[in-house]
Design a protein around this ligand. Structure first.
Ligand SMILES: *Cc1c(COP(=O)(O)O)cnc(C)c1O
Length: 422
């Protein structure tokens, strides 16, 4: 029996399994806290995007800030993906994982000159430029290096993605992108700069978007600009529609990647732009439901008002609940009989905001392993060492194979770069 929204997670003989591997056994083998990912779940999501894109020029750029572990990048590179990066460090990860720089788009509002130079030297596919000031600096850096930087302007289409304010990026008040009404002027400016070559247009309106309509609104706004640019003699090679497709955490019912992309391509074709290359930058929808975070129950603290289930994973391992009040499903890895009780599942970090789930009906006892589902995206990449907690280990399952893809961090590693005075 698979879990709704999690086709690679199943309940077998009361044990929760990922691609057929019992999660409590993996927790015992590798220790906790532990991230476990299904490689075939990632591949299946790529296939869903690719099914809609087949037969047309396109590039699926995995937005690697969602999960940038090398073996994850390797999985996407092998599946034919490019990458959407937001720092020079991420570019170095792509190269270390065997990805091709010619399939990389470089996003972000605060690229430094050093990062621009690194990306020019590596030969990235495109810079997604987010402001006029950045455009001028990029032109300068490229000219000094005797190059022309391929650019796309990230336009802020001013549409409401209907998502959490912290992960909404396409509204006027956001720091991202160039205002829609400024775009034509900035393109004209870009065309006149010798250090840059205009190749595309992009937008990214937010994250965890669960319906197609904001995408279609943004797309229409973008195509209006593409038409206006063409009438001024500026022909764009590609249209990059960003990422942001949501996943099922609880009862959300987002369209499948294939269904969403089909609707967008229909609109592109209907408006006569079917010949242009389409780029997409999905992050969460490629990895979110491919991963779980495993934690062991340390102590139970039943109380009159609140009962606490204290586990060995915390906000430093998984920030989403503390940062966005995100609801993430929590399942015991081995179900046993008993009367469920309502627990707040919390970590050991000294903050009241350190919780993974509130008011959860669970049958638990110390020593049990709990799985936080949908933890493949914005989990490990947002982990910190707060409270001097080494970061978790990561495991990737792939059919009958199990790979340790990141060793558990150690305290000596945390202290290695520090110096006493004297
Ligand atoms: C974060 C980000 C994405 C990916 O967003 P998801 O919601 O994870 O799909 C894509 N493009 C840009 C520019 C981003 O910043």
């Amino acid at each position: 029996m698979t879990l709704p929204g999690h086709p690679f997670l199943s309940l077998h003989d009361r044990h929760l399994q990922l691609e057929g591997h019992a999660l409590d056994a993996l927790a015992r083998q590798f220790g906790t806290p532990l991230y476990v990912y299904s490689r075939n779940a990632m591949r299946a999501q790529v296939r869903s995007y690719e099914a809609a894109l087949a037969g047309r020029p396109h590039l699926l750029c995995y937005a690697m800030k969602a999960n940038s572990s090398l073996a994850v990048l390797q999985t996407f590179a092998e599946a034919g993906c490019g990458f959407d990066i937001v720092s020079g460090g991420e570019l170095q990860r792509v190269l270390a994982a065997g990805g091709q720089p010619g399939r990389v788009v470089f996003s972000g509002v605060g690229k430094t000159r050093d990062e621009m130079r690194l990306a020019l030297d590596a030969g990235v596919r495109c810079f997604n430029v987010e402001s006029e000031a950045e455009l001028l600096v990029l032109a300068d850096v490229a000219s000094a290096a005797g190059r022309r930087a391929p650019v796309s302007l990230r336009v802020n289409p001013d549409v409401d993605a209907g998502t959490h304010p912290y992960i909404s990026t396409g509204l006027k008040g956001n720091k991202f992108g160039i205002a829609h009404e400024r775009a034509l002027a900035v393109y004209a400016q870009a065309r006149a700069l010798p250090g840059v070559e205009v190749v595309g247009i992009d937008c990214h309106i937010g994250s965890q978007i669960t319906s197609a309509s904001p995408y279609l609104d943004a797309l229409d706004r973008l195509l209006d600009l593409v038409d206006a640019l063409a009438s001024e003699g500026i022909e764009l090679q590609h249209i990059d529609l960003g990422g942001g497709l949501g996943i099922t955490y609880t009862d959300e019912e987002p369209p499948s990647p294939e269904a969403l992309v089909r609707q967008m391509l229909e609109r592109i074709d209907a408006r006569g732009h079917g010949h242009r290359e389409v780029l997409l930058e999905p992050g969460r929808s490629l990895v979110g439901n491919a991963g779980v975070l495993l934690a062991e129950v340390l102590y139970l603290k039943p109380g009159e008002d609140k009962s606490f289930c204290i586990v060995d994973a915390a906000m430093n391992d998984l920030m989403r609940p503390a940062m966005y009040q995100a609801w993430m499903r929590i399942e015991p890895c081995h179900r046993h009989d008993g009367t469920p009780r309502t627990w707040d599942v919390v970590g050991p970090v000294c903050e009241s905001g350190d919780w993974l789930g509130r008011d959860r009906r669970l049958v638990v006892q110390p020593g049990d392993v709990l799985a936080v589902l949908s933890a493949g995206a914005y989990g490990m990449t947002m982990a910190s060492n707060y409270n001097t907690r080494p970061r978790a280990a990561e495991v990737m399952v792939d059919g009958d194979r199990v790979h340790l893809i990141r060793e558990r961090e150690t305290v000596p590693q945390l202290l290695a770069g520090e110096r006493l005075i004297g």
